[in-house]
Design a protein around this ligand. Structure first.
Ligand code: FES
Length: 174
């Protein structure tokens, strides 16, 4: 005897496919919406990451002055040293003891010091005006005209970023 099939038992494949497709589409849209703020928040760092190089026009920096530039989201000091600062840095070769390094190891040309401007203790940006060349406002570390630490708690000298001279008046950091 033939089984009676009610309307309820008949699968409407077209309707099922439509509902399934719609659910997936809404799910994907929901996931995209949920991800958007995250992606949006990531984009500035992606921009920073994209800034692999920073060029600096040295002709704008007078002797004795320091220009602060940004490279890959970090502050960098570009200091145009005077003859007396160069002599001071050379004299410091004999006295620095926390992270011994000669000035010649830290510069490509004696009149230009290029150094990451973040204290090697916890990352604050040192300021001018200490008895040495820079003082960290956070915990009092001091750095000389070569960016070498002369008073802690910073354990290391200011870091030297990769850079090169493109010509006498331009450096490329990165
Ligand atoms: S962050 Fe510079 S001394 Fe602590």
């Amino acid at each position: 005897m033939a089984e009676k099939v009610s309307k309820k038992d008949v699968v409407d494949h077209g309707k099922r496919d439509f509902l399934s497709g719609t659910t997936k589409a809404f799910g994907a849209a929901g996931a995209a919406c949920a991800c958007y703020p995250f992606i949006k928040s990531m984009s500035p760092s992606a921009k920073v990451e994209a800034q692999k190089y920073t060029e600096v026009d040295l002709s704008e920096i007078a002797e004795g002055d320091t220009k602060k530039v940004i490279w890959r989201g970090k502050a960098v000091f570009v200091k145009h040293r005077t003859q007396s600062e160069i002599a001071l840095a050379a004299a410091g070769d004999k006295t620095v003891s926390i992270d011994p390094q000669t000035d010649a190891e830290r510069v490509k040309k004696p009149e230009w010091l290029v150094t990451i401007a973040h204290c090697t203790h916890l990352g604050c940006v040192p300021i001018d005006g200490s008895t040495e060349n820079w003082a960290c406002p956070c915990h009092g570390s001091q750095f000389d005209v070569s960016g070498r630490v002369v008073k802690g708690p910073a354990p290391k000298n200011l870091e030297i970023p990769p850079y090169e001279f493109l010509d006498d008046n331009t450096i490329k950091i990165g």
